[in-house]
Design a protein around this ligand. Structure first.
Ligand code: G3P
Length: 213
């Protein structure tokens, strides 16, 4: 499973990228707004740091706005993936972007049917929001399992980005279900690295060493 970071914060991206396991970045309007910076500049900076797919979301909700924005964002760097919300207009835009050779990430996916249609429309990636499904007392992991089963059945080239990851066990469950990618918030990546037995082990090794040398 490839690891993306779900953030628009440059310092977080630099810190995690330095560890060598980062394969890409996803952003969304909420994450960009949190940084309070020029959208296109942020995307450009991220592309200069991480060599992998960088998702940038369209804000406009009508077809022409989606296409204009998507084209503009895609021109920033060849790694930019246009994130399009799953709607009738979104599917139409995904289909058009496919014909233009622009890669897309169908976002706000909450059902296997939405994922199926996005894949058939030509989406390069689909992003089921696991945590938000859990929030309404359903299982995000079961949704992921359904999508993976359908995609495997027909060998669809569309890749699944598990999104709205809230805790380290979400990541383990995604990897066990065969999610192609998980996009993970900075804080959860940090939690994945930490283990109390590792910390205790390091402390003991250092203390034992110091007692003799
Ligand atoms: O990648 C989607 C993600 O940013 C949404 O996460 O925690 O707001 O549901 P969350």
């Amino acid at each position: 499973m490839r690891i993306f970071i779900d953030t628009a914060n440059i310092e977080e991206i630099k810190e995690i990228n330095a560890m060598g396991f980062l394969d890409g970045v996803t952003t969304n309007p909420t994450l960009i707004a949190r940084e309070g910076r020029n959208y296109r500049e942020v995307i450009k900076e991220i592309c200069a740091i991480v060599n992998g797919p960088i998702s940038a979301e369209v804000i406009g909700m009508d077809y022409d706005a989606m296409i204009d924005e998507g084209r503009e964002l895609a021109a920033i760097h060849p790694n930019v993936v246009i994130k399009v919300p799953l709607s009738e207009t979104g599917l139409r835009a995904i289909h058009s972007f496919k014909q233009m050779g622009i890669t897309t990430n169908a976002t706000l996916v909450f059902s296997a049917n939405q994922a199926l249609l996005a894949a058939r429309s030509g989406a390069s990636f689909v992003s089921p929001f696991l945590g938000r499904v859990d929030d309404i007392s359903n299982s995000g992991i079961m949704l992921l399992e359904d999508i993976i089963t359908v995609f495997d059945q027909y060998s669809f080239p569309t890749e699944v980005i598990s999104a709205s990851i809230r805790h380290p066990m979400h990541v383990v469950e995604c990897a066990k279900r065969g999610s192609h990618i998980a996009t993970i918030p900075y804080a959860v990546i940090k939690q994945m690295i930490k283990h109390p037995l590792t910390d205790a082990g390091i402390e003991k090794f250092i203390n034992d060493w110091k007692q003799v040398f």
